[in-house]
Design a protein around this ligand. Structure first.
Ligand SMILES: NC(=O)c1ccc[n+]([C@@H]2O[C@H](COP(=O)([O-])OP(=O)(O)OC[C@H]3O[C@@H](n4cnc5c(N)ncnc54)[C@H](OP(=O)(O)O)[C@@H]3O)[C@@H](O)[C@H]2O)c1
Ligand SMILES: [Zn+2]
Length: 345
């Protein structure tokens, strides 16, 4: 099959579109998916560059997210059949630890993420456990079905499970061009929240307003927390979604109302911000860390698409052999929403 592999870590030039061995069924519970689309995630860049804690066996096929049709099934598979159009839950645990036994497999110390410890979706075919395959919600294309799993699952757990967003609450989302941020906006809109966004791009702020943001702040124009306080009559917002980190972190805390909740799943701009802890305890703030989500939450995301009719925000679509161009666009943060690789066999 054709696939995009890395043979060594480094820049976008390390992405090689080339011939690779077809995956085979390894267990009776496996399925082989003929992929129609894959989506890029920031973690793909980290794996390509090589990061501690996410070591991969080289050569390696990147890609956490994908959608396609079932090409072959193991003898024990009951939930899907050849030809079904499916999207993929991207993670598998050891199946034995306290987390795997309580629908929190994503916290398993031996977690295997697609495209990280397993060969991923930048390919014509991929092998996954059958229980990680789900029928694509009606109305979503293969590209849209590849776009949503990682970012919507993550954003859903952040907002719905952890922050418990309520109708009418005010919400600040940082870096709205991002995959998680744009997913969070669509989920928050569905829950009836009032949305303020930040971005480094005036064009992205315009797009966010078209998609339902009430206020849009250019974070290049100064301290966004002051603007948020002005917009909310000095009160601050109920919830902040911050997966930017770095210097934004302190401003995110400053943008919260008393008793407010901050949810984070990432730190694109830096992992070690300085925080005055008094701001957290004096103001009774709640900080939630969040990573991925459970199969139950994945089901909730599927239902969300069915009930709301929402569609993930797609940025640009590239062919599989143009993966390096697609990576460059993501690396330069030029995207709004999800960058897609279309896979034509
Ligand atoms: N823990 C988990 O389970 C999990 C899951 C998914 C993602 N994440 C993490 O969450 C973060 C966001 O992921 P994503 O997929 O949404 O990323 P993404 O699509 O690459 O978006 C990142 C956005 O952050 C903003 N940004 C601010 N400072 C930046 C900087 N220095 N460099 C690049 N972008 C910057 C930009 O927004 P504007 O262009 O609007 O300014 C950019 O579009 C990443 O760190 C990722 O690793 C974690
Ligand atoms: Zn486990």
């Amino acid at each position: 099959m054709k696939a995009v592999r890395i043979h060594q870590h480094g820049g976008v030039e390390q992405l090689c579109f080339e011939e690779s061995t077809d995956p085979e069924l390894k267990s009776p519970d496996d399925v082989i998916i003929k992929l129609k689309a894959a989506a890029l995630n920031r973690v793909d860049i980290l794996i390509r560059r090589g990061v501690k804690g996410a070591e991969v066996a080289l050569p390696h096929i990147l890609g956490v997210d994908g959608a396609g049709t079932v090409a072959a099934i193991g003898s024990a598979v009951k939930n899907v059949k050849p030809g079904d159009a499916v999207c993929l839950y991207p993670a598998s645990g050891c199946g034995q630890c306290e987390f795997c036994n309580s629908d929190r497999e994503f916290m398993c110390a031996h977690l295997r993420l697609l495209g990280e410890r397993e060969n991923g979706t930048y390919a014509e075919f991929v092998r996954v456990p059958a229980r990680n395959t789900f029928l694509i919600p009606a109305g979503l294309s293969f590209e849209e079905a590849a776009a949503f799993p990682l970012v919507f699952l993550t954003a859903w757990r952040m907002l719905v499970t952890n922050a418990e967003i309520k109708p009418g609450e005010s919400l600040l989302i940082l870096g709205i061009g991002g995959g998680v941020a744009s997913a969070a906006m669509l989920i928050a809109k569905f829950f009836g929240a009032r949305i303020i966004v930040t971005s480094s791009s005036a064009e992205k702020l315009m797009t966010a307003k078209h998609l339902g943001a009430e206020h849009a702040i250019n974070c290049r124009d100064g301290d966004f927390s002051k603007v948020v306080r002005n917009l909310t009559g000095k009160r601050g917002v109920d919830v902040v979604v911050d997966c930017v980190g770095g210097e934004s972190w302190v401003k995110s805390l400053a943008a919260l109302a008393k008793g407010g909740r901050l949810v984070t799943c990432g730190a694109t701009a830096g992992t070690t911000p300085q925080t005055d802890l008094r701001r957290i305890f004096w103001n009774d703030l709640h900080v939630f860390g969040s990573t991925l989500g459970s199969r139950r939450e994945f089901h909730q995301v599927l239902n969300f698409f069915t009930v709301s009719g929402a569609k993930p925000v797609l940025d640009q679509i590239y062919s599989l052999d143009a993966a390096s161009k697609a990576h460059r666009r993501l690396e330069e943060a030029r995207q709004f929403g999800k960058i897609i690789l279309r896979i034509d066999a």
